[in-house]
Design a protein around this ligand. Structure first.
Ligand SMILES: O=P(O)(O)OC[C@H]1O[C@H](O[C@H]2O[C@H](CO)[C@@H](O)[C@H](O)[C@H]2O)[C@H](O)[C@@H](O)[C@@H]1O
Ligand SMILES: O=c1ccn([C@@H]2O[C@H](COP(=O)(O)OP(=O)(O)O)[C@@H](O)[C@H]2O)c(=O)[nH]1
Length: 460
């Protein structure tokens, strides 16, 4: 049987798996255990120099092979080109995208080093599954070194419209390396359509049936695999959470008020200032909600070495202070803004208490929080999901209250509607969302992708 080689920027090492690992890490590890294989990537450590060989950690049939990144590589590849150029561009924030030649060179250099250190570990019938925008050039680099294995990539972020991508100096090289893979996976049909547009109108390629693409002398398939959450896990976690101290303390602190909850990394793609302003608008426009609802925003700090992320943090501190000052009372704080990270087992209990879940990114590949919120609800008394139409999840969760995050008024109205929604309508909307969450589970995503990768022809 073929071995599986997973390559991702972050690797969930065995010591992280006990309870801290996210659902995606658990699902990938399960696949690795059943195929046997290697998980290759960054160790998460920054050192003086990038490692000249991987550090190996063996656990049963799985080998973890990780590299430390040197300070310069970390700055140029991760904080630079990946998170200051590609991330904003892929999330349609052209104004925030910074491009420097040095960052681009650092990005390419790290991809080359990854390829050079991975290539000797490969055997002929391995299946190679690369994840995300950090490592797009890796496939092309491996091919350059002679790798003929079946190789796929899954893009967790959006793939931008062609006109946006053209703003990147090296767009041709980047898309060219995407086409070195045999299977290119996207979160939504929208993302795939943008890729097809580029193939047709910029690269002069062909799109055949069932996602077959012929371009630059290569054939590949481009398909949609919406990522999901582990089947049943959040429903169980939310039930269990009800017996915990955190659950009870949150409940007691609400003192009978409704909870509106948001959970995301502190990232400008998530639309946090816009959401805070919409909440402020809600309190202004509908004073009946004052002192009747508490909005809790969990926003663990992310990518804090990138200046745009630091500025966002300052903006949110100021906005939450201003809104609490304007509307708060001696016994009610409108916004609870928390920048610490919570375990998913705790979050499940928080989601369950949320009468309203607000997930309003300006743009998001999928947004798993939306699905986790739905799965954590009490079927007898479910909450309402207010969801941005620009989250990948909006394609599946069509019975959420969908909003335009660029329109504060629209969001404030949806919050008002969600807070007042009758039980029958809440149930009806939730049943349909839950059906989608179950159907497009994390397990289904993994199996569908691996089946396509397995079916790809060997390039020998
Ligand atoms: O590794 P970090 O820089 O700390 O960032 C965390 C991850 O953020 C992004 O997540 C994306 O993947 C999710 C699962 O497919 C999807 O729901 C979400 O919409 C995406 O934003 C990033 O793409 C990952 O590589 C990062 O590890
Ligand atoms: O304090 C927190 C905040 C978030 N998350 C998890 O982080 C993931 C965020 O994934 P999503 O797809 O929503 O966005 P991303 O951060 O990947 O862009 C979800 O599984 C959350 O449960 C967490 O474990 N603790």
């Amino acid at each position: 049987m073929a071995r599986l080689i997973v390559v991702s920027n972050r690797v969930a090492l065995p010591e992280d798996q006990a309870g801290r690992a996210g659902g995606l890490a658990v699902a990938l590890r399960e696949a690795l255990v059943s195929f046997g294989g290697i998980w290759f990537g960054w160790s998460g450590k920054v050192a003086a120099q990038t490692s000249d060989r991987p550090r190996f950690i063996e656990e049963g049939p799985v080998t973890y092979a990780v590299l430390d990144l040197g300070r310069k590589d970390h700055a140029q590849y991760y904080n630079g080109f990946a998170n200051r150029t590609l991330w904003p561009l892929f999330h349609y924030r052209m104004g925030l995208a910074e491009f420097t030649r040095q960052d681009y060179e650092g990005y390419m250099r790290v991809n080359t080093v990854f390829a050079e250190q991975l290539q000797p570990l490969l055997t002929d019938d391995d299946l190679i599954w690369v994840h995300d925008y950090h490592l797009i050039p890796l496939g092309g680099e491996l091919r350059r070194l002679g790798a003929r294995q079946r190789m796929g990539i899954f893009l967790h972020t959006p793939f931008p419209a062609m006109e946006v991508l053209l703003a990147l100096t090296h767009h041709r090289r980047l898309v060219g390396s995407l086409c070195a893979y045999d299977v290119v996976g996207f979160q939504t049909e929208n993302d795939r359509r943008s890729f097809f547009d580029y193939v047709l109108h910029e690269a002069g390629g062909w799109i055949g049936e069932n996602g077959h693409v012929t371009v630059w002398g290569r054939s590949l398939v481009a398909r949609v695999y919406p990522i999901g959450i582990e089947k049943g896990a959040f429903a169980e976690a939310a039930q269990r959470a009800q017996r915990t101290v955190a659950y009870r303390r949150l409940r007691a602190s609400l003192n009978g008020r409704k909870l509106m909850i948001g959970v995301e990394r502190l990232d400008y793609s998530k639309g946090l200032p816009e959401r805070f302003e919409a909440f402020s608008r809600l309190l202004e426009k509908h004073p009946e909600h004052r002192a009747k609802v508490s909005f809790m925003q969990v926003a663990p700090i992310s990518r804090s070495e990138v200046p745009e992320y630091r500025r966002l943090r300052e903006e949110l501190e100021s906005l939450s202070g201003q809104i609490n000052g304007q509307f708060g009372d001696y016994d009610w704080v409108p916004i609870r803004y928390l920048t610490r990270n919570f375990a998913r087992s705790v979050l499940a209990g928080f989601y369950r208490q949320g009468a309203v879940g607000v997930v309003t990114p300006m743009r998001d590949g999928m947004n798993l929080v939306a699905k986790e919120y739905v799965a954590s609800q009490n079927p007898q008394d479910p909450g309402v999901l207010v969801l941005s139409r620009f989250a990948g999840a909006a394609r599946e969760l069509t019975t959420a209250l969908q909003v335009n995050p660029f329109d504060r008024e629209d969001m404030a109205d949806a919050m008002d509607r969600a807070l007042g929604m009758a039980l029958d309508e809440r149930k009806e909307r939730w049943v349909e969302m839950m059906r989608m969450v179950d159907e497009n589970s994390l397990e289904a995503w993994r199996e569908k992708y691996l089946a396509d990768l397995n079916a790809a022809p060997f390039n020998g």
